[in-house]
Design a protein around this ligand. Sequence first.
Ligand code: NOJ
Length: 532
Amino acid sequence: MPVATNRWWQTGIIYQVYPRSFQDENRDGVGDLEGIRRRLTYLAELGVDAIWLSPIFPSPMADFGYDISDYTGIDPVFGTLDQFDALLEAAHEHGLKLLLDLVPNHTSDRHPWFVESRASRESPKRDWYIWKDSAPDGGPPSNWLSEFGGGAWEYDEQTKQYYCHTFLAAQPDLNWRNPDVRRAIHDVMRFWLKRGVDGFRVDVIWHLIKDEQFRDNPPDPDYDPGQQRPKRAFIPLYTADRPEVHDVIREMRRVVDEFPDRLLIGEIYLPIERLVVYYGHDLSELHLPFNFALLNAPWQAHTIAKLIDEYEQQLPPGGWPNWVLGNHDRPRVASRVGAAQAPVAAMLLLTLRGTPTIYYGDEIGMEQVEIADQAARDPVAHNLPGLGLGRDGCRTPMQWDAGRYAGFSDTEPWLPLETNYKERNVAALQTDQTSIYQLHRRLIALRRQHPALHAGNYRPLPTEGDVLAFVREAADERILVALNMGADPAEINLPAGQAEGRLLLSTFCDRSDERLRGKLGLRGNEGVIVRL
Ligand code: NOJ
């Protein structure tokens, strides 16, 4: 059976909005749904196809929305359900799909399900969460660690048992072995799908099922306490990527498939060979297991070329690739790769085979903002101080213009602005035809225009030095992408048998329509797209 390559989530581009930081309309210093609605025109003009909203549901905000106390409402800080419906309708009118964040691994400890569960051992909802007696020595039932520091077990005085939490103690893990939990979350999914949302990004999906026997995780012999966060002391053998999780995901996929043309993405941090298993047998699980390979990779052409090859080779037949350069948990790409390489990174993201996800603000080259642990809002910075793990620095307000508070709000924002926002903002970069913003617009337009770029094959080209080069090929077009990941000029040969080309775009936005013969010269930190 031929596998489709033209569905909206394959040819399209996803844009992640972190709602607290996109646009504040009700003047409380925190972004909201009405703010996002006002900025839809911006997103449509940028040319993206879908927006994914980090959680907008009622939450005590211990983990800024990833601790949900009601799966089918909207937190008042973001707005109302009516405003959500208006946003969804307006997004669709702008030709934009809307994806929500589904957080099924855990709820808030204030969720009525957990309140009921913790009330007594006999509670009908007791088994909706993971409760265990102490170990014989009175300590926690296993050595499992929280991702956010400390142990994964919290003792409950009242009922004298421990509950499991992969993240904060205020985020108790649901028990996905319980069919009632599965049904309840499926109903949550249907609630939003019926309203018209176009799919979900599912939070920490590879964590959903833990070992039934609660076995201790084995120590990791490579653990370096000076360099790594404490959870790395153990290999998460029994707490994540368990075989049974695939049944859970298949069931979720069936729910999504009850509705036409919806999308299921999963957040998964695993090595490529484990990641690709999440497409499922006969592609029955996730449409897109998020591929985070570029988030940590050293920024060198040969390393990146190798990881692209490995990914391409390990994808299952028909499995559609995807690429992510930034998100709300990782340092900003412009700071990771440096301002000079940020345009090259954008060209890579938007010319690789597979669905790209752009993190808000990366299209204007927003940088990581330094926020001291003491001043941090993110609980990770407080729980694991001194390791530079706080995530506030990549969640700062979107920089729209040079006005006070960058056009994000007219009151002091919940997180500080980048200090150079007066120069780096949408309004300023829109008027500069060579800016990273204009580069994004052109890359997105080219990607849309050329089937080779949005649907074509990927063929790596051999190069020397710090240049990454590949060809994207569709039925009747061939496009070369050459990225100089170093600061020195470089030269490559056009591929054999294809001695001529026409340059379509440079990351400096100052060359186009040049005719090339035989060779292609690249300035330091330059990427180009050439039609062969
Ligand atoms: C992954 C999310 O991306 C992160 O922001 C959150 O803190 C954890 N999951 C817990 O939900």
